[in-house]
Design a binder for this molecule. Structure first.
Ligand SMILES: O=C(O)[C@H]1O[C@H](OP(=O)(O)OP(=O)(O)OC[C@H]2O[C@@H](n3ccc(=O)[nH]c3=O)[C@H](O)[C@@H]2O)[C@H](O)[C@@H](O)[C@@H]1O
Length: 442
């Protein structure tokens, strides 16, 4: 009370206000007013520091979150979901394609989608983010895509209802089907995952494509592994592919037959691309060039497989940018599907396009040479273990004949393994935070 009176008496700046309650309120308000003033007076000099600290936090987050995080997956019944799908599908150039990319958070899917969106095509992605390899890398690719406006639907190929809904919401002109269970040797451990994705998943997708209105043209990833034990080199599309060496290869070969059936019966335009050991930035951690890099940097040994009589294995390693150009060439030259399902009746106006192309580099390199190039770019020596090639699906040698792809889709690979690995190593060191340490030591 005394304080109140004092405050009141000391207040000769403002005119007094009659009324006990009012005087009491005013006394309280003056009390707080004074304290706030004092508080502000004592903290004002700290304001630049607050600003400084908040700026530091903002800078920290900006550099540690390279891309805006992709929005949470909405339920596919959600109106927000539909809006995002439609907006992502909208081409930004006249006559741009409208493309559904499956396996979009995968290595090739992410690169192809970025190339499409950069030239103004509309892209919607689909990926199930399975844990075959570190899903955080897939999520980082998804965030990169989102920073370019590509929305990624979190879903599995075998979810036919989801696929049908996507085709109801968007009139896709093309599907680039890159979702698959990859990896040659993993098929020994988990055979059913190859059937789930590469057979059942493929059929589920084609079922949706066949009933979509309009039917999209389908471009999909087959594999050099279909050549299996073929000894005639270089491998040509017309060579026999009936001796696969792995279940993975067998499912890719089956994919070529399955797509042919849908082409024949339903008029789906089909282009199969046989990729030859694709590598590059944002690549697949299960592949040799990637795991070798990881082990060399961590000082761990690597295992190099060798064929019979110590013959080196060799691959027609193909750089991702060349593969992307091949995919876009295939997309741009694909003619429309010819089928339709009008009033419940299936019709086909004529035969639809069915093509298969090799997408390789045409310059096979041995695995020990690959290791030597990595050592050069990493400026570190590998600890090498040599092992005779276990009979688990590997083939000794791959080499693509690309005459057909050159002629029909303008495919022209231009990156040699040395250049491509230099770019990969640069990305790897930066992505996994080695750059500073590495620069200091080099
Ligand atoms: O072109 C293809 O068709 C296939 O290419 C790769 O399969 P692969 O060529 O076996 O690629 P890597 O797993 O990177 O192996 C490359 C070479 O390194 C060898 N390798 C692999 C791993 C290892 O620890 N040591 C080793 O010497 C393999 O035997 C092979 O000769 C992909 O993993 C497949 O998904 C793709 O379909």
């Amino acid at each position: 009370m005394s304080m109140r009176i004092n405050l009141d008496q000391n207040d000769n700046v403002h005119p007094s206000t009659p009324g006990k309650i009012k005087i009491e309120n005013r006394s309280y308000s003056l009390f707080f007013h004074r304290h706030i003033q004092r508080f502000l007076a004592s903290t004002t000099p700290l304001i630049p520091w607050f600003v400084f600290i908040i700026s530091l936090i903002a800078i920290f987050y900006t550099f540690n979150t390279p891309f805006p995080t992709h929005p949470q997956s909405y339920s596919s019944h959600d109106i927000q979901w539909e809006k995002k799908v439609r907006s992502s599908a909208n081409p930004r150039r006249k006559d741009g394609h409208i493309v559904l990319v499956t396996g979009v958070a995968g290595f090739v899917g992410a690169h192809v989608s970025l190339a499409l969106v950069k030239r103004g095509d509309g892209v919607v992605g689909l990926d199930n983010f399975n844990s075959y390899y570190d899903p955080s890398l897939k999520k980082a690719r998804r965030d990169l895509l989102w920073s370019h406006g590509v929305f990624v639907v979190d879903g599995d190929l075998n979810d036919g209802a989801l696929l049908n809904l996507l085709f109801d919401v968007v009139a896709f002109t093309h599907v680039i089907h890159l979702a698959a269970q990859a990896g040659v040797r993993y098929a020994i451990e988990n055979p059913s995952s190859y059937i789930h994705s590469n057979i059942a998943g493929l059929v589920s997708l084609l079922e949706s494509c066949k009933t979509a209105d309009p039917q999209p043209a389908v471009i999909w990833a087959s594999s050099s592994s279909v050549y299996g034990l073929n000894e005639k080199v270089p491998f040509s599309e017309s060579d026999l592919t009936d001796r696969p060496a792995s279940l993975y290869a067998a499912t890719k070969k089956a994919g070529e037959e399955i797509t042919h059936t849908y082409n024949h019966i339903y008029g789906l335009s089909i282009t199969g691309l046989r990729f030859f050991t694709v590598y590059g930035p944002w690549g697949r951690p299960d592949m040799a060039y990637f795991s070798f890099t990881r082990n060399i940097l961590q000082g761990k040994p690597i295992t190099i497989y060798r064929g019979k009589d110590r013959v080196d294995l060799a691959r027609d390693f193909t750089y991702i940018d060349d593969i992307v150009k091949g995919c876009l060439g295939a997309l741009d030259t694909a003619t429309k599907s010819t089928g339709s399902v009008g009033s419940g009746k299936r019709k086909k106006s004529g035969p639809a396009m069915y093509r298969i192309f090799n997408l390789g580099n045409t310059n096979p390199v041995t695995v020990p040479t690959l290791v030597a190039l990595l050592e050069k770019h990493l400026k570190m020596k590998a600890k090498k273990n040599w092992l005779e090639m276990p009979g688990n699906g590997d083939v000794p040698y791959t080499n693509a004949n690309i005459t057909k792809a050159k002629k029909e889709i303008g495919y022209k690979p231009s990156t040699d393994l040395n250049t491509g690995l230099r770019k990969f190593v640069k990305w790897y060191l930066s992505y996994y935070g080695y750059s500073n340490k590495w620069n200091k030591n080099s």
